[in-house]
Each structure stands twice: as C-alpha cells, then as structure tokens.
Design a protein. Structure first.
Length: 240
C-alpha cells in the first residue's frame, strides 16, 4: 500500500481540540478524512456534534469543502465495558491516590491510534492528526509527546509503513488553542468552536457560556473556560 503524503486522517471527536486539529489539517492536506470512536462515553453528545461541525467547516472555506472527505465511526464497546471510569460510568469525577482524574480511560488513546492507523493504511493516508497535548491537560499519560513518538514507531514497525502522527496542539495551552483557531479561521471558526463543539465530560449542553456549552465544573470545562479567558485577556480591548 502506497500512502499519500498529502492525505490525512484526523481523530475527530466533535470537541474543541479535535475541531481545531481538523481545521489545521484542512489548511495543509489535499485529502482529509475523519474518524470518531464510540466507546460508550458518558458524554456521547459529542458524537452527535461531529456531523454538525464537519458541515460547518466545509461551508467555512471553499478549499476546506473540497478537501474534506469521508467520515468514519468505529465502535469500541469493549473499551467502555472494561473501563471503570467517570468517562464510562455515572459516578462522580474525582482524583485517585496519584492525583490522576478518574476520567482517565486506560489505553484509550493507544487503542484509538491503533485503529486509526489501520484505517489510514486501508485508505492510503500517511498523516494521522490527533489533539493530544501535554501542556494543558488533566495528567493523562497517553497524551504525552513521548507516548505519541513511541506509538508512531510501533505502528510503523507493525505495519511496515511510514505514518506520521501530527499533534499540532502538543506544546500549547488552552489559550493557545483558542488563539490557533482564530489564526486559522478567524471569528467564523471561533463561532463554530463556541456554539457547536462539545467538551464537557458530563455531556451537559443547554444554554452556552461565552466559551461554549458545558457544566462549567468538570476538568474539561474548567480547562476550556480558563483557556478562553486567558486568551481573551491577552487581546486588545477592542477585540475582547
């Protein structure tokens, strides 16, 4: 199988980070496909937002509409079944003895990347784009740059290919993610991120805050909101 250097598969959940990564990829690659994973997540409302966000991005720029190709959803019921976490069970979000949130789903990103690489192999796409970040995150070990580098080596050896795992958000904080979305798509992309993407671990939609939908209390909401206000506070008053 020959992989296209100008082709990318984006791990796309329907959340803020993956939406910015999708926009980033649409600026750079001629063919961009997306993949989402249904693992019985508590905030499965994000899956419903995927089509909405994809449609909005396709309308935002003519080139994006031309480049945005097929979407795929992979069922990973087994991952949710074996994960006794606040992401897959109706339990309170808390920290464990190591200070790691119980929203951590062990092996989740490793499984996602393995399935994504298998799909990219079949679709002939060299680049796998993912929103992992170790600057502003909840302490998940499978979001670290070392983990991504190790997975790239393992996937390339195991499939005898030269995939590239791109993590454009790895070294920026959440304020930087807001700034990146503005730099890529201006106010129209910011509007999509605020109004259509979903990040809240509890799946709360309802009336949006200035930074988007969510409960405002879970780790994902706090990171998103704090990043928004930090980003907005760094802008000139007229742009706030």
């Amino acid at each position: 199988m020959t992989l296209r250097d100008d082709g990318a598969l984006v791990l796309f959940s329907g959340g803020q980070d993956s939406t910015v990564c999708l926009a980033w990829a649409l600026e750079r690659f001629a063919v961009v496909e997306t993949v989402g994973f249904d693992y019985g997540q508590r905030h499965r409302v994000e899956l419903g937002q995927r089509a909405v966000v994809r449609g909005a991005l396709a309308q935002l720029k003519e080139t994006w509409g031309e480049r945005l190709a097929d979407d795929h959803v992979v069922a990973l019921d087994a991952l949710g079944a074996m994960s006794d976490t606040a992401m897959t069970r109706d339990i309170a979000i808390a920290l464990d003895e190591k200070g790691l949130p119980n929203t951590f789903v062990p092996g989740r990103n490793l499984v996602f990347l393995a399935f994504a690489a298998a799909l990219a192999f079949r679709r002939g796409l060299r680049h796998i784009v993912a929103g992992m970040c170790e600057t502003d995150f909840s302490g998940y070990p499978d979001c670290r740059d070392d983990t991504m580098k190790a997975m790239q080596v393992a996937l390339n050896l195991g499939m005898d290919q030269r995939f590239v795992i791109d993590t454009p958000l790895m070294w920026i904080d959440k304020a930087g993610v807001w700034a990146m979305s503005e730099a890529i798509g201006g106010a129209p992309l910011q509007k999509i991120v605020v109004e259509e993407t979903h990040t809240c671990y509890l799946g709360v939609r309802g009336e949006p805050h200035v930074w988007g939908h969510g409960c405002g209390e879970c780790p994902a909401c706090r990171l998103r909101a704090e990043g928004f206000f930090k980003w907005r506070g760094s802008k000139p008053v007229d742009d706030a």
